[in-house]
Design a binder for this molecule. Sequence first.
Ligand SMILES: *Cc1c(COP(=O)(O)O)cnc(C)c1O
Length: 366
Amino acid sequence: MTDVTPSTPSSRVRLRGALDAVPAYVAGKPAAAQAGVTAYKISSNENPYPPLPSVLDVVREQAGQMNRYPDMGVAALTAKLAERLGVPAARIATGPGSVGVLGQIITAFCDPGDEVIFAWRSFEAYPILVALAGATAVQVPLTSEARHDLDAMAEAITERTKVILVCTPNNPTGPSVRAEELEAFLDRVPDDVMVVLDEAYLEFVTSEEAPDALAIHRDRPNVAVLRTFSKAYGLAGLRVGYAVAHEPVAEALRKTAIPFGVNSLAQAAAIASLEAFDELDIRVKELVAERSRVVAALEKQGWEIPDTDANFVWFGVGERTAEFAAACQAAGLTVRPYGTDGARATIAEREANDRLLEVAEAFTRS
Ligand SMILES: *Cc1c(COP(=O)(O)O)cnc(C)c1O
């Protein structure tokens, strides 16, 4: 008999040192089950509506061919997007979620030591993708109104700046950048620095001052627009997003894509969702109406909520962040806490929103 106790030799493989700088992604936790209380996960900005029957049918049908590879060129979806957006297909690059596309962007632009500027706090995937490339994250604090400080971001540009990420509306705080300030900012950015406008929440935007990113990209070859099917379109679990960029950039993003990264169910569902957009838009409008109702109620309770153009609200509770998240959790709501900055809560089912208002009100009195 051989000894079954494994003696583990110590590992001598040489991992990249850059990994030491990669922060771990904190994923939204599933809502905790409690007796008699419906739990809601309002920590990941997901669409609370189930898939449209028409989209689900297409996915079911496509699933019958999942022994086959997807179309590596994502041709049908790309053609559909080109038609809807009024841009040449050559300007579109797809990927497994817009996080996937952003990874393609960073890979296409950044060597170790290159700098990527973004606001902070902003989307948690940014520092991860930048660190993975061995590039340097240059984080520019938000203003006191939880907005991008575009002047400070322009001042942070150096010889080593390759990419600037502008998250509009900003996750996790909510405000869009204003069209006028964005144009002034872009005028200051050297034309060999790539600017990515991350519009993950575009469909929820109602601010009249918000920029028309697609129009801006037309005149500026160093501007790309990043979009996703995960939020308004409700396809977060299928992973598909895209960038619109001038040809040399879009072509580079197709080169840096993981081959077959956009699976066949995602491709089919995205096309079906574009075709069903009017139906999906009714849901988006309902969520936007809920957002207005929630924000108005919170303001009445005395909260100062940053302007939000997205499907979430930001509670700038600072040192009391953990306490706030725990109070939500005790009521069956899983929100997303961010250290000692604050917490983000997704606008979700009406019942979840009502409960959030109850917890928020009790919190103001505690
Ligand atoms: C949710 C989100 C995305 C989208 O991620 P996917 O990979 O497309 O699911 C991109 N950017 C921001 C700012 C987001 O909040």
